[in-house]
Write a protein that binds this ligand. Structure first.
Ligand SMILES: [Zn+2]
Length: 339
């Protein structure tokens, strides 16, 4: 072995140590060299936050459905360009009671970009997301977890705080079973879990592994005594946290009704909004009856015949179901205790 080898070796070691430190500054979850960000919550309750990046995509309603079934709120770091491509889906996420975060406009890798680029990207997405969803994000997540020069300035100007994650499913690469195992083996109280309902700016991504993993982890984590909160709730100072973190039924009712209408009509869920008319959805009186049957089944309600003729729009359906569900809850709530 040449006598210079140890010197070369230690130069190499120093180089790679510098490289590792540099990588940590750019990608490290706790790094605040470029901009402050948070990756988990220190809390005394058994709460977790589910976060989904890169949406919306045509698969997003399937994910919303799984969350709605368990009354679980999540945080969606949406890509501005995807929200522009699928505005109804972006809006439906917000209407479902979920939180919207800013995941940039075009999902670039910010490494080596000019500092003003960060402000341009997040500012554009901020406007688009607020316009489309009606909710102004307060959290930002860097695409690929890469923060760069200009982030600190962009965050300050846009009033955004960076949020990374403490558990990541690597769901863009791994099969559902591996994603599930990664999460279930690592999760701890206060964790922010990162998954994806899109793939960058791909318009029709395959996110089946994500959906399947979510179907598996939710019942398991609920069984372990965890509950789920939005990022804002999870990071809120504990003394301010409201006692009930579950979405209330009202937030979830609209997306559930819209989903049933889409399923019954075999429509793309993106096409059905609360403002849709029966005409544009091609709903005739026979379809209307089928939808009402499906709604009665889903919500365990009875739509009186005399009410049916007053239902002339999707909005009427949502309101009708809401009234009947509330009446049912009130009646159930008035019943004497079982013991
Ligand atoms: Zn992303």
């Amino acid at each position: 072995m040449p006598s210079g080898a140890p010197v070369a070796l230690s130069a190499g070691a120093a180089l790679s140590a510098a490289f590792v430190a540099g990588t940590w500054a750019v990608r490290g979850r706790s790094s605040s060299v470029f901009a402050p960000s948070i990756h988990r919550a220190t809390i005394s309750r058994k709460a977790l936050a589910l976060t989904f990046d890169d949406g919306p995509s045509p698969a997003t309603p399937l994910l919303l459905d799984i969350l709605a079934r368990h009354s679980i709120p999540a945080t969606f770091f949406q890509v501005g360009e995807n929200a522009e491509a699928y505005p109804a889906l972006a809006r439906r996420v917000a209407e479902g009671g979920h939180e919207i975060g800013n995941h940039s406009s075009t999902h670039p890798n910010f490494a080596f970009t000019r500092p003003s680029f960060a402000l341009e990207e997040f500012s554009r997405a901020q406007t688009v997301l607020a316009d489309i969803t009606g909710k102004t994000p307060i959290w930002l997540r860097a695409p690929y977890g890469v923060r760069w020069f200009g982030f600190r300035e962009a965050q300050r100007k846009l009033n955004l705080t960076g949020v990374m994650w403490s558990v990541i499913g690597r769901d863009w690469r791994l099969p559902a079973s591996a994603v599930t195992a990664r999460i279930l083996n690592h999760v701890r109280q206060g964790d922010i879990i990162c998954l994806h309902d899109g793939r960058g700016t791909l318009k029709n991504p395959d996110v089946e592994a994500t959906l399947e993993a979510v179907r598996r982890i939710i019942p398991e984590l609920l069984g372990r005594g965890y509950h789920f909160e939005t990022v804002s709730d999870l990071l809120m100072p504990e003394e301010l946290t409201p006692p009930n973190h579950q979405l209330n039924g009202d937030d979830l009712l609209t997306p559930r009704v819209l989903r049933i209408i889409a399923e019954t009509q075999r429509k793309d869920p993106a096409q059905v909004t609360i403002d849709s008319s029966f005409e544009e959805l091609g709903i005739d009186s026979m379809d209307g009856v089928n939808i009402i049957f499906a709604l009665e089944n889903e919500f365990d309600i009875n739509v009186p015949d005399e009410e049916v003729k007053n239902i002339l729009s999707v909005r009427d359906m949502v309101e009708g179901v809401r009234n009947l569900v509330q009446t049912k809850d009130t009646v159930a709530g008035d019943a004497p205790p079982a013991n």
